[in-house]
Design a binder for this molecule. Structure first.
Ligand code: FES
Length: 269
């Protein structure tokens, strides 16, 4: 059934424009489920991530380094961690804090996460065909949200971090100088793969590969890269959630092993 306003501008009972709903949405389905789940998972992650970043203990279970602490740049880091001691002696600060801005900035400004948290936390709008919670909407055209455009620069750090995490994951094959494979090794490898899928399916990376060209077909290599990234990009949301949850599970596992609550099963040659 079609509901139309007398002036023909939109559904009956709803105000014209984005803000200022005259009444609730005409949607009959459970549109609130997705924003509610997003709030629950993101809040859980922020809570866990805060605890993980500030605990400043049990983040290394030889040879596994928690991805929250990678790269580990202070003197208190394990000696064989990449960049260990770079910041010198900072015993009062968790080694996770100085590097936090990069993964956090990358995620916070991600185009997908923006959609997710604008909908779920700010209700701007909460779902398609559901009115905004606020009357005014200025979008990302002015401060502070115009700052979201820095995402393209955070991408470079995101790519750098994939290299650093891959280095640490390869290091997780070394058990006292011997080659080995453990549960933690597998978890760190999966972590790099999922973060890689998330990073290389980024909208900004896609633009970097194929954007700004008048004729894409005249640049076959960039076109092929753009096509590959486009294929990954279709599942960007999936990689975003999978990598977010997995990094949390990996840190939890390493904490359990490092704190002596769990035994790591591994095979050493
Ligand atoms: Fe999500 Fe770039 S758009 S990481």
């Amino acid at each position: 059934q079609t509901h139309t306003r007398a002036d023909g501008q939109g559904p009956a009972g709803m105000a014209a424009g984005r803000g200022g709903a005259a009444r609730a949405s005409l949607r009959q389905d459970h549109w609130w489920v997705a924003p509610a789940v997003t709030v629950a998972v993101l809040t859980g992650f922020v809570g866990y991530g805060t605890w993980a970043a500030f605990r400043n203990a049990a983040y290394y279970a030889d040879p596994y380094l928690s991805p929250f602490y990678s790269p580990c740049l202070t003197d208190s880091c394990p000696r064989d961690a990449l960049g260990s001691g770079f910041f010198g002696d900072l015993p009062w600060i968790s080694p996770a804090i100085p590097i936090l801005i990069f993964p956090l900035g990358f995620r916070l400004t991600c185009y997908y996460y923006r959609k997710a948290y604008y909908r779920s936390f700010w209700w701007a709008p909460p779902a398609c065909a559901v009115p905004d919670a606020r009357r005014k909407y200025s979008g990302e055209t002015r401060l502070p949200l115009i700052m979201q455009n820095v995402h393209r620069y955070f991408l470079y750090f995101g790519v750098l971090f994939i290299g650093l995490l891959a280095y640490e994951a390869v290091g997780a094959f070394g058990f006292d100088g011997h080659f080995g494979v453990g549960v933690g090794t597998g978890m760190l490898m999966v972590n790099v793969v999922l973060l890689g899928l998330y990073t290389f399916s980024c909208h900004s990376f896609r633009h970097l590969c194929g954007g700004g060209l008048r004729t894409l077909s005249a640049h076959p290599i960039r076109r092929q890269m753009w096509q590959a990234v486009s294929a990954l990009n279709r599942r960007h949301m999936v990689w975003a959630w999978a990598s977010l949850l997995w990094i949390m599970i990996t840190d939890l596992y390493i904490w359990l092993v490092a704190a002596g609550h769990l035994h790591d099963y591994h095979w050493v040659a």
